[in-house]
Design a protein around this ligand. Structure first.
Ligand code: TYD
Ligand code: MG
Length: 448
């Protein structure tokens, strides 16, 4: 006779098992760690399964997927060549960054070749229509619906043979059967599951909009990351500057591509030469250093500015925009210790121009040189860009994509670059290598 199946409670911390639920694990003493587990009989479970039809990779690779172009080159690149039918894409970003604008433009382009539905849960049809006339696409074949019900949207998707459906936003729709308010974690996951299930049955690509807060930590869209196929992030400054579209996860392409956009009066437009645009208003003065960063696989020149003033209060103020403040604090501490700069009684402000956010450690050397240049009122001797990671001993460390960074700086008329030593292979032409921060400051800064 098959063993009777039952449930047991297992501690997620120490794996101790109990017949009954308790608030605290008696074995490890942790609270709220017991989770219900259904016991199963492995013998019956094995015989109840069906034999899988496996195929070779080469046979699977022969099935071609036709991607749908969204008609915006940068957007297509980030997707890995366009929208894959039947995929679920999440576009996350802060409110007001331009998600609705970008998707309306993309949906309009997609609607030229197939049936596309744009469902808004946030704006009325009139508001969306006003936006389309602003974008110059008010004669679009794109279909529009307004709904806050995930059930209705799922039924519409299942019965509508749409190629692509956009849901703006996932926080504004709710499943009837779940009692919590829209935007709640269970509503977000429930709605996504309901709608994407309907989309999979009709091979419809689903694009969901998700709002995140400045910290990007809000539970909402984060919980969806493992449910969807592609996670795109639209980042940047809400009030101007560039918006950068990145993919944080992509089952159909690389996560290395990044698209750079600018908000115009006709919606979001791709920026052809972002480095030139970022440097257009630069004034060469102390505290200003040009850094060659990488946006995905693309090099980009950005200006890093530093301002250093004596503190008028006892506690010096440190502010950073476009770069992690902790990283700046660490570099300031390193400079204080490893060079002759006295920064303990100075207010330090670091700013990355153009709404760009630097997350690579390759920006370290440029930040250090900007701070040193501002403190001493000195400028770079060379017309050069700067990159290199800096360690706590002040050593300048290797960064990837040397050639791409150098090529971009040459393209924009810089004589060369100040960067790390090259460990293997030939040193690229135009690279002035430095071993540590101190020698970088001594060799390349001068009073004008
Ligand atoms: P929106 O796409 O609504 O942002 P999100 O959906 O991410 O919340 O729009 C962002 C901002 O862009 C909005 O404040 C108005 C501005 N905008 C323009 O500058 N030009 C335009 O053509 C459009 C449509 C919007
Ligand atoms: Mg919106």
């Amino acid at each position: 006779m098959a063993k009777k199946l039952g449930t047991r409670f297992v501690c997620s911390n120490c794996n101790a098992a109990y017949a009954k639920w308790t608030g605290r694990c008696g074995n490890c003493g942790e609270w709220n760690t017991l989770q219900e587990q259904i016991e199963m009989s492995t013998a019956t479970a094995r015989t109840s399964g069906h034999k899988l039809e496996a195929q070779t990779v080469s046979a699977a690779a022969k099935v071609k997927t036709n991607r749908l172009s969204v008609g915006i080159a940068e957007f297509d690149d980030v997707l890995g060549g366009g929208v894959v039918p039947g995929s679920v894409i999440l576009l996350a970003g802060e409110p007001g960054i331009g998600k609705s604008t970008l998707l309306l433009q993309a949906a309009h382009n997609l609607a030229q070749k197939g049936k596309v539905l744009y469902v808004s849960g946030e704006e009325s049809a009139r508001q969306v229509a006003m936006r389309t006339s602003r974008l110059g696409i008010s004669n679009s074949p794109l279909q529009l619906a307004v709904s806050a019900s995930a059930n209705d949207i799922a039924s519409t998707v299942a019965g509508g043979d749409y190629g692509v459906v956009v849901v703006d936003s996932i926080q504004s729709v709710a499943v009837n059967e779940i009692t919590s308010a829209a935007g709640n974690v269970s509503q977000i996951t429930g709605s996504t599951q309901l709608i994407s299930l309907a989309a999979k049955t009709t091979d419809t690509a689903l694009i969901l909009v998700g709002h995140v807060t400045k910290e990007g930590t809000i539970a909402g869209p984060k919980v969806l990351e493992h449910v969807v196929d592609v996670v795109l992030q639209l980042e940047g400054d809400r009030y101007g500057g560039f918006k950068i579209l990145r993919s944080a996860k992509n089952r159909y392409g690389s996560t290395n591509e990044a698209g750079i956009f600018e908000m115009t009066d006709k919606g979001l437009a791709g920026v052809a030469n972002p480095s030139a645009a970022l440097l257009a208003e630069r004034q060469v003065s102390d505290g200003s250093i040009v850094h060659a960063c990488m946006e995905g696989s693309r090099p980009l020149l950005v200006e890093i500015q530093a301002l250093v003033n004596p503190s008028s209060y006892g506690y010096p103020k440190r502010t950073a925009s476009g770069i992690d403040l902790n990283r700046v604090n660490l570099l300031v501490a390193m400079l204080e210790r490893r060079t002759k700069l006295k920064l303990a009684d100075k207010d330090i402000y670091v700013n990355v121009v153009g709404g760009i956010r630097l997350s690579e450690p390759a920006a370290d050397l440029a930040v250090c040189m900007a701070i040193a240049s501002a403190t001493r009122g000195m400028q770079l001797k060379l017309n050069a860009v700067v990159f290199g990671e800096v360690g706590l001993s002040g050593e300048v460390r290797h960064v990837p994509f040397l050639d791409k960074r150098l090529a971009e700086s040459k393209k924009l008329g810089f004589e060369g670059a100040i960067g790390p030593r090259v460990l293997a292979g030939k040193k690229p032409v135009g690279l002035s290598s430095v071993g540590d921060v101190r020698s970088a400051l001594n060799t390349f800064l001068e009073k004008d």
